[in-house]
Design a protein around this ligand. Structure first.
Ligand code: NAD
Ligand code: MG
Length: 345
């Protein structure tokens, strides 16, 4: 969609942009927008964890309410579970009529935890990558593909503004795909649950356990089931299934084609449909909101158990010897940040 590369920053030039939150996405958006020549203020709770980092990066930092009151476009980049309270306390009472409220994930608007004032534009820019990549790609003159959507167009300019924002963070240098809050929310949750985070890690852990219980060395199992996954994913990322087939052996191809469908099969597809149904009818959202409200005890216990998995001990020892990993530290730290996001902190 090269035509999008022409989208200009014009609609946001000379307007005040507020960024609430300075974590994975917040920092990347704020820095990229500023480097695009736009005027950015960061809104954070005083003394919060990331305040010092925003100040060190040269931003004027004020309270979320102050920033909401002085912004023409407000990007809400605090954790999803913190956003409804933040909207009620700091945003709704202060954001002036005709302003644009922007999200990076449609969760709260789609599941009606936030019902935005009718006089605001409500839009979405969801980069399809972690914040560190959004920043790193921008710095090298590229960008990360973004989904964008308009939920509410009070000003008549919502679409131009959301496209200008996407251009400002570098998204328009690659691909912008128009979507709806509903589609972004449901597909994003499904992807992270069934394929990217939940599906992939469960496959890795079960493969590792299968080899170890059969008596193979844990170090060998680690390389086979976790480490080498990156090679395959990189090939898929660059050139799809065809690229992978070009690089793996014929023996690997034959094994893939005949055994793969026995591992992830019709039964798995049925579970995927169930998980998708729970997302679509709101069961997942209600469960997660209730868990967060009750103090996250089962979430914390599950995470603890995951981090105590034997593959983590074996992996930590092996990775300590992988000097080449240091260079990519910033990006490889992102999965931890994404987990933190799930905790709402
Ligand atoms: P994060 O956890 O990395 O950072 C959150 C930031 O908000 C931190 O600066 C934190 O101090 C601050 N914060 C926490 N509570 C706050 C409050 N009550 N008021 C003001 N600031 C508060 O968050 P993130 O992962 O960047 O997620 C932000 C948004 O971006 C979410 O909507 C998320 O779904 C979306 N998103 C994230 C990713 C990702 O890769 N992490 C990708 C696409 C979309
Ligand atoms: Mg996601």
């Amino acid at each position: 969609m090269n035509k999008h590369q022409a989208f200009s920053l014009h609609e946001l030039e000379g307007r005040r942009i507020g960024v609430l939150g300075y974590g994975s996405q917040g920092r990347a958006h704020a820095l990229n927008l500023r480097d695009s020549g736009l005027q950015v203020t960061v809104g954070l709770r005083p003394g919060g964890a990331t305040s010092a980092r925003a100040v060190a990066d040269g931003f004027h930092v004020a309270t979320p309410a102050e920033v909401a009151g002085t912004s023409d476009l407000l990007a809400v980049l605090a954790p999803d579970m913190a956003q409804p309270q933040l909207y009620a306390d700091a945003i709704a009472p202060h954001l002036h009529t005709g302003s644009t409220l922007l999200f990076a994930h449609g969760f709260n608007v789609h599941f009606a935890a936030i019902a935005p004032r009718r006089d605001l534009d409500v839009v979405l820019v969801a980069p399809k990558g972690p914040g560190a990549l959004v920043r790193r790609e921008f710095e090298r003159g590229a960008g990360v593909p973004c989904l964008f959507a308009v939920h509410q167009d009070a000003s008549g300019h919502a679409r131009d503004r959301v496209l200008a924002y996407a251009a400002g963070i570098g998204g328009a240098r690659t691909q912008l795909i128009e979507t709806s809050f509903r589609e972004e929310t449901e597909t994003d949750l499904f992807g992270e649950q069934a394929v990217l985070c939940g599906g992939a890690t469960e496959l890795v852990k079960q493969g590792f356990e299968t080899l170890v219980e059969a008596g193979y060395q844990p170090e060998v199992a680690y390389y086979e089931c976790m480490h080498e996954l990156k090679l395959i994913v990189d090939l898929l990322y660059e050139g799809g299934l065809a690229q992978m087939h070009r690089y793996i052996s014929e023996t690997a191809q034959y094994g893939d084609l005949t055994r793969g469908p026995r591992i992830v099969n019709g039964e798995t597809r049925q579970r995927m449909r169930e998980v998708l149904a729970e997302i679509r009818d709101g069961r997942f959202a209600r469960e997660w909101v209730a868990e967060y409200a009750a103090g996250n005890s089962s979430y914390k216990a599950l995470k603890q158990k995951d981090l105590a998995h034997p593959i983590e001990q074996v992996g930590a020892g092996l990775r300590a010897q992988m000097s080449w990993l240091r260079a990519g530290e910033e990006v490889s730290r992102e999965p931890a940040s994404a987990q933190k996001r799930a905790a709402g902190g």
